[in-house]
Design a protein around this ligand. Structure first.
Ligand code: ZN
Ligand code: FE
Length: 255
């Protein structure tokens, strides 16, 4: 039975996720931007958090970890590479390692770019991919620590996962990402349609996550660095995909 995933809005525009394994009652939490909304969501369902999965060390993803650990006795899992700047880890993981939530197994994928130690969690049986600030709906995280080619490589590996995968990113940035995407990829019909969906969702206060990986591949400009359309707009016919990606990221930062 796949994990049930619940989206928990936190802070101003962050998302945390509850992963419920109905078979065992185990509950995973992906990122803890703040404790309160997560404690309330757990209490409302009568659940105990068994595992906290941390994607990266930024405060808006870990600030509530200790509180959930204290109140629920949850095990904390995070990247070995970042253990010096994460809350104390009960389990350190790296590329290729697995994590478990009850009877479900997830793969750890290292996705450097936003930070060098950023990891994503892929639960193939649940079609769920937790990307935080690597791949985002219609966007990707800013390059605070990694390089353009590094992030391009990270995104390329994520986009090679099954197209029916659901992408759970860490923020509700989709409406502003959509404005940039429209500017750089103006003739993409799938993108125009998606932007309308995004506007409608936000007008009703609905989250725009998760999104389908197939939808990201056809509409997210950062995944389209290899396409002739984007290269034409940027006038970069002979550049490498990583160079085109880096230029798109630079333009987004200035947008
Ligand atoms: Zn971050
Ligand atoms: Fe963040």
């Amino acid at each position: 039975m796949p994990l049930e995933v619940f989206t928990i809005p936190c802070l101003r525009d962050n998302y945390a996720y509850l992963l419920h394994d109905a078979a065992t009652g185990a509950v995973g939490v992906v990122d803890v931007p703040e404790a309160q909304p997560i404690l309330e969501a757990l209490a409302a369902r009568g659940w105990t958090a068994s595992t906290i999965l941390i994607t990266h060390h930024h405060d808006d993803h870990i600030a509530g970890v200790e509180e959930i650990r204290r109140q629920h006795g949850a095990r904390v899992v995070g990247a070995l590479a970042d253990q010096h700047r994460l809350p104390a880890l009960d389990e350190e993981v790296r590329e290729g390692d697995t994590v478990t939530v009850g009877s479900e197994t997830g793969q750890v994928i290292e996705v450097p770019g936003h930070t060098v130690g950023h990891i994503a969690f892929h639960f193939p049986d649940s079609r769920a991919l937790f990307t935080a600030d690597s791949l985002m709906a219609l966007g990707c995280g800013r390059l605070f620590e990694g390089t353009g080619p590094q992030m391009w490589d990270s995104l390329s590996r994520l986009s090679a996962l099954p197209p029916e995968t659901l992408v759970y990113s860490g923020h509700e940035y989709t409406a502003s990402n959509a404005r940039f995407a429209r500017a750089i990829d103006p003739e993409n019909a799938a993108l125009i349609y998606r932007c309308e969906q995004v506007e409608a969702a936000r007008a009703e206060g609905r989250p725009t996550v998760p999104s389908l990986l197939s939808e990201e591949i056809s509409t997210n400009p950062f995944l389209r660095a290899g396409t002739p359309e984007i290269r034409r707009v940027l006038d970069m016919p002979d550049a490498t995909d990583a160079e085109v990606f880096t230029e798109i990221r630079r333009r987004k930062d200035a947008f």
